[in-house]
Design a protein around this ligand. Structure first.
Ligand code: FIX
Ligand code: ZN
Length: 414
């Protein structure tokens, strides 16, 4: 047996990530053509809800959270900058570090005493060129949006029509339509779907028509929903009924995955608005029930509690139609990314999608992937070195193939 040429595993892993176009399977990013939904530049970056929350922990004296919330975005960004970057200690949180990485990658001085330089760069750059710059620098080739036809901003964009930027794929998000039933019936009726509050067969049929119509209209590649930690399945609840009667048969019939994002407790502190959500541990037995009842549906699953991660890996071993994806939200920190990626490799091999960015502001692609790959690459190096030491004649192409399979879109395909 001829041994493959000797090579440095760490260099091979680094090269594999350098050449692999990243497909980001969960973001809140939108193309410029979708108007106000597209968030980019310093004012949006600095008012990311992670940073607003961290600012609200140390607001300048005399400024209440309510007063901070009421500020126009540029002023809010200035308060965030002064509070988190120009005075009160080093920017050590992941969200703070992210801004530093973004500014450095744009050639800006992250220790500037104001956002003036960043604002000047952004205002002098053509928006399309800025989008191209961020995609090119970040190594991301495509992102999946979070699309909601019932959203007051997004719905009109789809109805008016816009030129699709091929770098933005669609994922049909079901929270507003299905969670909190029957809260969505008025909006669904306004779109022409004859749903009623009761979950009659007609209402279910109309909901399935809504899903069919918008999967086709958006060319949605998967369905997604976020759920609280007390979500149970099976259950008499409206959400469990609607998922079982409408969402999952639709995913099966369209041959597209259904994403489950479980563990978020919305609005634990409403005063923090979009930053006010918390988390809780889910009972993964309910995931096993769903996977068992729907063997023909592929479930992309990401759970918000760190304490759920190991049992998610075990559930994925029991049910091949469960694919863990990403280190979601409060897990998207290097210390946890390292831990979760290692246990996923040990339990699932390459059968999972290690990361998504969850980016809300386009500029964030410049840090979320750099930080994630810096955390993930050493985990891969240790695993490949163990594989080679065990006698596997590892080649550099093996490494590239694995990285392509795990970061090139996973079950959604490249
Ligand atoms: O439900 C979700 O998609 C979450 O990612 C968001 O609601 C959350 O605000 C977020 O962006 C976290 O990073
Ligand atoms: Zn998200």
């Amino acid at each position: 047996m001829q041994s493959p040429p000797a090579f440095s595993v760490s260099e091979a892993v680094a090269r594999a990530f350098e050449v692999q176009p990243i497909v980001d399977i969960h973001t809140h990013l939108y193309p410029i053509q979708m108007g106000p939904l597209c968030l980019m530049g310093p004012n949006e970056l600095l008012t990311y809800h992670y940073l607003k929350v961290e600012t609200c922990r140390q607001l300048p004296s005399g400024t209440s959270i309510a007063q901070f919330n009421a500020m126009p975005k540029p002023r809010q960004a200035d308060v965030v900058w002064r509070t988190l970057f120009a005075g009160n200690g080093s920017p050590l949180s992941e969200a703070q570090l992210g801004v530093v990485t973004v500014m450095s990658s744009l050639g800006l001085n992250p220790r500037s005493d104001s956002l003036a330089e960043f604002r000047a760069l952004f205002s002098q750059t053509d928006p399309e060129a800025y989008v191209d710059l961020v995609f090119s620098k970040s190594g991301v080739s495509r992102v999946y949006m979070t699309n909601d036809p019932l959203d007051d901003l997004e719905g009109p964009a789809w109805r008016e029509g816009f030129e699709r930027d091929s770098r933005f794929d669609a994922a049909l998000r079901l929270d507003s339509a299905l969670a909190g039933w029957p809260g969505s019936t008025a909006k669904l009726k306004a779109l022409g779907y004859s749903v009623e509050d009761d979950l009659s067969s007609r209402t279910i049929a109309e909901l399935r028509r809504y899903l069919d119509d918008w999967i086709a209209r958006m060319d949605a590649r998967y369905l997604a929903i976020s759920l609280p930690p007390d979500f149970a399945y099976p259950c008499e609840s409206a959400i469990a009924t609607l998922l079982g009667a409408a969402a999952y048969p639709t995913a099966r019939d369209h041959g597209i995955p259904a994403a489950l994002m479980v563990g978020v407790r919305r609005g634990v502190n409403p005063e923090l608005r979009d930053g006010g959500d918390g988390l809780g541990k889910w009972n993964v037995a309910f995931l096993e029930n769903i996977a068992r009842e729907w063997p023909d549906v592929n479930f992309l699953v990401t759970l918000l509690s760190r304490e759920n991660q190991h049992e998610l890996c075990v559930a994925a071993r029991k049910f091949p139609n469960i694919t863990p994806f990403g280190c979601w939200w409060f897990l998207n920190n290097p210390s946890i990314i390292r831990e979760v990626t290692a246990e996923r490799l040990e339990l699932l091999g390459s059968g999972f999608v290690p990361q998504h960015s969850d980016a809300r502001v386009l500029d964030q692609l410049l840090y979320k992937w750099t930080h994630s790959i810096n955390a993930i690459a050493p985990v891969f190096v240790r695993k490949y070195e163990a594989l080679r030491n065990a006698g596997w004649p590892l080649t550099e192409q093996d490494v590239r193939n694995d990285v392509a399979r795990m970061f090139g879109g996973g079950p959604l395909g490249s």
